[in-house]
Write a new protein. Structure first.
Ligand SMILES: Cc1cc2nc3c(=O)[nH]c(=O)nc-3n(C[C@H](O)[C@H](O)[C@H](O)COP(=O)(O)OP(=O)(O)OC[C@H]3O[C@@H](n4cnc5c(N)ncnc54)[C@H](O)[C@@H]3O)c2cc1C
Length: 641
């Protein structure tokens, strides 16, 4: 039943699109203004956008289908599921420009969610296992291949009749069989590296080589886009190595895989930061990413006439100018420390610093450590200091959402990013696309259910925290961690051990704490409490990604682009109007040829593909009419909040 229902829907839809009959196409969606969605990830709209309501979907189809008409089979991927008139399925699709994957949910023959995601550009596919695109590696005539291949059958005494070694194309840069090798692989790499940026300009400059930059670098390499990823660091991976000593990922390994190269199956569930650093370093090598270390971008200026950027940077201390067509800022959402200034802080005799500068708790044995803030970094640092023998107090100003990593794994990520998903043959891309198939507007209601279960599972711990004075929330609408992350990127701790230390009284909490004054060796709060302090740490989070635009381009461009991240939910730090997608991330901005890339490992893995495809299309002059046209988010005030 499910199979027939979905196939029928897809056939009717493609038939309507092929005939440009948008009325008929729209009639395949439920007749509502709300609660019915088409989400497109760069396959029709060259944008990342969700349309809500049948009328908006119809209008979007009218605007975007011309040039992107169906052109091949739209078929169920794996199998459809459902019963009683409600069915859903992954599917594959082809239009005139892209091959993609999608997800559709239908009720009584009408769709209420429909998602389309580009996977490759037709005619510009990535190099992969196909004979036609995979590089040969060996060089005919030098390695004696394929002419001199041994016929395994003949070796075993069989006949030679069916042995037909495939014909392979010669590298352009080697002589024909029997001739001398001009350059081997290493020499060709070295030549490319020496030339790129010095002679030939990269088509793309990626600023920042953390996980975001290297995910993108790998995609760009596979798509054959001349690129350079630059980072200030000494070694790829230092963005993680340089974080505090005790840090491990809070998300489990199944959620964190890199594009193309999943972690091996012995990898720890929660990757320690130095191990992740080494993985990034290995990844840069194996994926053959053009990565410049010890390189700092000072400024970028767009030349409107030439349609090129002029990027001033220093490489190994020496100045250099690059002129790429595109600049991608992968400089991190956790790159700009928010450092409040406290009255009297200059009187403080102890150490005062932001959490990003935390050296590790071993330095603070026997000290009084006061931490301002009560989210992820605060808890990690508190636990590390406590375990190293410090006397720790967390100052909590407002409520925090707490969920244990175990519970998170067994509720929100269960079935998609865990061992059971692997056992059920669910590959990471399909898991990502399943997740993308849920429009953001639907997430809170779905996650509210998960939060009810999470509260049950973590009940004892949550009760203990409350008894310790810790102030809890589960999101303003009880929709939990991921919605908070999408809306504001803060306000939570995924518990990996600190909470029990609070419950056990080993770490103290001062609720509703606002710092009034810093004295030589004390922190005074507005309620009059005075706390002895040798060390004061601001675990007060990070600024908005658009701070990077101001820092590396200028304030005018920052204002033109506006707020980044957040959905427009109207909750704290995420002012409306409702946007439906993360503002300005991975998609065209009001500033042409500038892009923002970032997010957690899951988001970076998936969206690096969408971003790379947008760049690739532009490199080849493929028409990319962006719909709707980019606009400034929160131009007047609030864009940085
Ligand atoms: C304590 C902590 C714990 C976290 N835990 C997790 C987790 O468990 N899972 C998860 O997915 N995320 C986690 N995050 C979020 C984490 O920040 C991001 O997932 C990750 O670091 C983002 O990667 P990125 O490549 O976008 O940015 P970053 O890792 O911040 O990398 C940005 C890079 O840009 C470089 N750079 C900046 N300016 C310039 C310039 N002008 N020139 C050259 N280079 C420049 C920096 O040197 C840096 O290497 C955590 C963050 C923190 C702070």
């Amino acid at each position: 039943m499910a199979k027939e229902a979905v196939e029928k829907w897809l056939a009717s839809f493609t038939d309507a699109l092929s005939k440009h009959d948008y009325e008929a196409a729209a009639n395949l969606f439920e007749d509502k203004d709300e609660g019915v969605y088409w989400r497109d990830l760069v396959s029709f709209t060259w944008n990342i956008v969700t349309f809500e309501g049948r009328a908006k979907i119809k209008e979007a189809l009218e605007k975007t289908v011309p040039g992107h008409e169906p052109d091949g089979e739209w078929a169920i991927f794996k199998e459809a599921s459902g019963a009683d008139g409600a069915f859903e399925s992954h599917f594959t699709f082809v239009n005139k420009r892209v091959r993609g994957r999608g997800y559709v949910r239908i009720r009584e023959g009408k769709a209420y969610t429909f998602m389309t995601a580009a996977q490759e550009l037709r005619g510009h596919e990535e190099k992969s296992g196909r004979q036609s695109t995979r590089e040969q590696g060996v060089i005919p005539g030098v390695h004696g291949w394929p002419e001199n291949w041994i016929n395994p059958d003949k070796e075993n005494g069989g006949s030679n009749a069916d042995f037909n070694p495939p014909k392979r194309e010669l590298h352009a840069d080697v002589n024909p069989p029997g001739g001398q090798m001009k350059e081997n692989w290493l020499e060709r790499q070295e030549k490319e590296r020496a030339d790129l940026g010095m002679g030939t300009q990269p088509y793309v400059l990626v600023v920042g080589g953390g996980q975001g930059g290297v995910h993108l670098g790998a995609r760009l390499r596979r798509l054959g886009i001349p690129h350079i990823v630059v980072d200030k660091v000494e070694r790829p991976g230092d963005s993680w190595r340089n974080r505090y000593r005790s840090l491990c990922l809070h998300d489990p390994v199944w959620y964190d895989h890199f594009p193309y190269l999943p972690f091996p199956d012995h990898w720890p569930v929660f990757t320690p930061k130095d191990q992740l650093g080494d993985w990034i370093e290995m990844y840069v090598k194996v994926m053959n990413i053009n990565y410049w270390t010890r390189t700092t971008v000072q400024s970028c200026k767009f030349d409107d006439a030439k349609k090129l950027w002029s990027v001033e940077l220093t490489r190994d201390g020496k100045p250099l100018t690059l002129t790429p067509a595109h600049v991608i800022l992968a400089t991190g959402m956790s790159g700009f420390p928010n450092m409040p200034s406290f009255p009297g802080e200059t009187d403080f005799k102890g150490k005062l610093f932001h959490s990003s500068k935390f050296p590790g708790g071993h330095e603070f044995k026997g000290k009084n450590v006061v931490i301002v803030g009560s989210n992820n970094s605060s808890h990690d640092i508190a636990a590390d200091c406590c375990n190293c023998g410090a006397n720790v107090t967390i100052l909590q100003r407002s409520t925090t959402h707490i969920v244990t990593s175990d519970t998170l794994l067994n509720t929100m990520l269960a079935g998609l990013y865990d061992e059971s998903a692997e056992k059920n043959g669910l590959d990471t891309n399909t898991a990502d696309l399943t997740f993308s198939g849920i429009p953001f507007k639907m997430l809170p209601d779905i996650h509210k259910g998960a939060v009810v279960e999470q509260k049950k599972r973590d009940a004892k711990l949550l009760e203990g925290l409350t008894n310790s004075g810790f102030m809890l929330d589960h999101g303003e609408d009880e929709s939990g961690l991921f919605c908070k992350y999408l809306r504001r990127g803060s306000g939570y701790y995924i518990d990996v051990g600190c909470c029990q230390l609070i419950v056990d009284g080993k770490i103290k909490v001062q609720p509703k704490a606002v710092v009034k004054q810093i004295h030589a060796d004390e922190v005074e709060l507005e309620d009059g409490t005075k706390l002895q302090a040798d060390v004061l740490i601001s675990a007060t989070g990070y600024g908005n990604m658009n701070e990077w635009i101001k820092a590396l381009i200028d304030e005018e461009t920052q204002k033109k682009v506006g707020k980044c991240w957040g959905l427009g939910s109207g909750t704290t730090k995420d002012p409306g109007p409702w946007e439906g997608e993360l503002r300005n991330m991975w998609k065209p901005l009001t500033q042409p040829q500038l892009w923002l890339h970032g997010g957690n490992l899951h988001q970076s893995r998936q969206h690096s593909l969408f971003l790379a495809l947008q760049i690739k299309a532009r490199m080849h002059g493929i028409p990319t009419p962006v719909y709707p046209v980019p606009f400034t988010h929160h131009a007047e005030g609030g864009y940085g909040k």
